[in-house]
Design a protein around this ligand. Structure first.
Ligand code: C5P
Length: 425
């Protein structure tokens, strides 16, 4: 069981809670179990999370919003259309704030009605409207609570299944005595279990270390020119952020990219490099990790002798002699216990070429994409794991964030779900 009250971010990420908190939005809907949501909120706050609460009007008839305001120290979102014309702060947008900043969204209790609305995309209260405004990376959780007859209704089950297919995770319900005297499956899970499941689920990579090579490299031709490519560093950035949000410590070794595309997260240490040689040296010096991701688009060749000054146009063609850059992945021997993930960017059906790279560079997983991927937000991706019989899984056309999630999910599965959250990294 997860121990609470120890300052969650410090335990899990090795960073001070003044610089990072998990942002949790709890949506309370209208069932008698709403009183237990207060315990859940209290536990999450004590664990170090930054907790906000949104309520439906029905929930506010079971528990006063003031209870949650006092527990969180934050205004509770209740009315979608607040009275008055206040322009103070972000009160005008209760469906966007804090939803758009949430790392975790937990509907607790989730009534049959709320589940149906969430499954259908209805947004007529602060909870269901928030659900539609969550960022892609936010993990979504349900703690259903209802009468056993309602819970076993095919419509409710179909709605729950729809949400689970869309990536929602469910905690409970449990079997036992209901407030109305009925017995059966439908009781909301106990607050301790909800808190532990959410935190352990969000931090499944606690204590793990990732090294991520990202972005392009630049190989100087002379004082003003260089050889490079159009890599934006987005793929490495998304993998770094996804791993860090899930509790891993990340060393990001990045070639030159737009500063705005560099990830900002206290669990991500950035090491900026320029050339392939520098990237190799930084990777060699990196401490042992659980996962190393070769997401960099390393320039294939470098000028043999970069000129000190600026070469004139006519001399450029005559003196420019190219030599291959070091193959970083091939130069770093596999380390025991470290999973190696590589990329292959190929024109046409590159499966055979990617398969050769998987073997030659000792990758455990290779992710294949096409040239349209470079610098883009979304692209077609497929992957294959090392093994006696290579099998490709098509992820199809997805965003780089979604691709990062697949990659990090794969790593988390291989690592066995990370260490428990009570272990010090
Ligand atoms: O360029 P290539 O298709 O061989 O890249 C396959 C994999 O090897 C990628 O994961 C890439 O980051 C890595 N690589 C490398 N050093 C190079 C070239 C590629 O680590 N010089």
């Amino acid at each position: 069981m997860l121990k609470l009250g120890g300052g969650l971010p410090r335990i899990l990420c090795g960073v001070s809670s003044s610089t990072y908190s998990l942002r949790v939005l709890v949506g309370v809907t209208g069932g008698i179990a709403a009183y237990k949501a207060a315990e859940v909120v209290r536990g999450l706050v004590r664990a170090g999370a930054e907790v906000s609460v949104a309520m439906t009007p029905a929930a506010a008839r079971f528990v006063a919003p003031l209870t949650f305001a006092a527990l969180t120290g934050r205004r509770v979102r209740l009315d979608l259309l607040p009275e008055g014309t206040s322009t103070e702060g972000l009160d005008l947008y209760p469906h966007l704030e804090p939803a758009t900043r949430a790392d975790v969204f937990l509907v607790c209790p989730a009534t049959a009605d709320a589940i149906a609305k969430l499954a259908a995309g209805i947004a007529d209260d602060a909870v269901t409207a928030s659900a539609l405004a969550l960022p892609c990376h936010c993990s979504r959780w349900l703690a259903p609570a209802m009468h056993p007859a309602m819970w076993s209704s095919p419509v409710v089950r179909a709605n729950v299944e729809r949400l689970e297919t869309a990536g929602w995770r469910r905690i409970g319900p449990e079997s036992g005595a209901m407030a109305c005297g009925a017995e059966g499956e439908g009781r909301m899970a106990e607050p301790d279990r909800i808190i532990a499941d959410v935190l352990a689920g969000c931090f499944d990579l606690a204590g793990r270390r990732f090294v991520i090579l990202s972005g392009p490299t630049r190989e100087p031709v002379d004082a003003v020119r260089y050889l490079s490519n159009a890599s934006s560093g987005r793929m490495g950035r998304e993998i770094a952020l996804e791993a860090a949000r899930r509790g891993a410590r990340v060393l990001l070794i990045s070639g030159p990219v737009e500063p705005a595309l560099l990830p900002r997260h206290p669990a991500i240490e950035l090491h900026s490099v320029t050339t392939a040689r520098e990237m190799l040296a930084a990777a060699r010096a990196a401490p042992p990790s659980d996962v190393i991701v070769f997401a960099a688009a390393v320039a294939d060749a470098a000028p043999a002798r970069p000129a000190r000054g600026k070469l004139s146009r006519d001399r450029l063609g005559r003196v420019l002699r190219l030599i291959p850059t070091p193959d970083i992945a091939a130069s770093l021997p596999p380390r025991p216990g470290e999973y190696r993930i590589g990329f292959a960017l190929e024109s046409g059906d590159g499966r055979a070429r990617a398969a050769r790279k998987l073997a030659a560079k000792h990758f455990d997983l290779i992710v294949l994409n096409g040239p349209e991927s470079i610098g883009a937000d979304a692209a077609w991706f497929a992957c294959a794991e090392a093994g006696p019989k290579l099998q490709w899984t098509e992820w199809g056309r997805i965003t780089k964030l979604e691709c990062a999630r697949h990659i990090v999910d794969w790593a988390a599965r291989r690592l066995g779900g990370g260490r428990t959250a009570t272990e010090t990294p």
